[in-house]
Design a protein around this ligand. Sequence first.
Ligand code: HEC
Ligand code: HEC
Length: 276
Amino acid sequence: MKIAPWIAIAAFGFAGAAVAQDDNTLNVEGETLLTETAAPAHMDSVDTIYSGWRFRSSETQALQTDDFDNPGMIFVDTAIEQWDKVDGSEGKACSSCHEDVADFAGLRTKLPRVDNGELVTMENLINECRTDRMGAEAWKWSKGKMTAMTALIGLQSRGMAMDVATEGEAAPFWEKGKELYYTRVGQLDMACSNCHEDNYGVMIRADHLSQGQINGFPTYRLKNAKLNSIHGRFKGCMKNIRATPFAEGGDEFKALELYLASRGQGLSVETPSVRN
Ligand code: HEC
Ligand code: HEC
């Protein structure tokens, strides 16, 4: 594999001490979540897929096992308040039309999906209600109100298996996402696959490389003490390899999100997860 010098030092300088994912079991509030399963058939070079939780330190892991300790839950609480808040020209709150947020159970496992020929994510669905049904302003993709609401809605699917559609109408989007995943970009000339497929388990600087799964998003990161969106994380990884990131909410990241979701088929939704 041709690999840039910076990453060669960072990754392979420590490769002797490469450690795999651990064997820990994730129990959240007494329920066991699936953090490891057979890779879906479309993944040629990986046999088993693992949640990013399996690569974190035991201290970080522990934060996700109890909702009282999970710092992401504070943001979920703000979304519960937001749910009943009237906003926009129509004088409506989410709760004016949606009886119970628990009715969204299962939705997280199916997103992104194709609606009327377009690939849509959770953020798109929420903003469609805000702009078209409430007469309110769209929320910014990775800002607090949006990540809190995607966490609250995602939480309703916690413990359920990721199960996105990749065929039929979804196929062209999925193909595009796959291509992006394997395309080298940036000054370091690297693809997502170079780290998250070829080198997971390796220590890179002080970080333990995972498979880059998205089953836990939005994710509370200790690093910035807030919930982080999927596209926000993609952006960060692209910046790290000194590439110009695609736009949050744009076609490239939506396609990449679908492809990544499909690489995690069968893993439990962990929303909101905790990472470093
Ligand atoms: C005026 C009524 C109305 C309001 C207010 C409203 N929604 Fe909706 N929402 C709908 C309708 C109608 C649909 C499409 C049909 C469906 O799936 O229930 C929908 C769909 C959705 C979906 C996709 C559900 C799916 O299974 O595809 C989500 C998520 C959602 N709304 C979240 C919200 C949130 C969050 C708010 C508040 C910020 C909100 N909605 C406010 C009426 C509304
Ligand atoms: C130089 C190596 C490198 C490259 C290339 C890279 N990442 Fe990452 N990525 C990391 C590191 C380090 C982390 C934090 C530790 C971890 O979870 O792997 C991370 C974390 C992630 C996570 C969070 C996983 C979780 O469990 O929360 C996702 C998702 C992700 N990356 C997606 C991508 C995508 C998509 C690309 C390509 C656009 C990409 N990464 C390219 C190094 C990389």
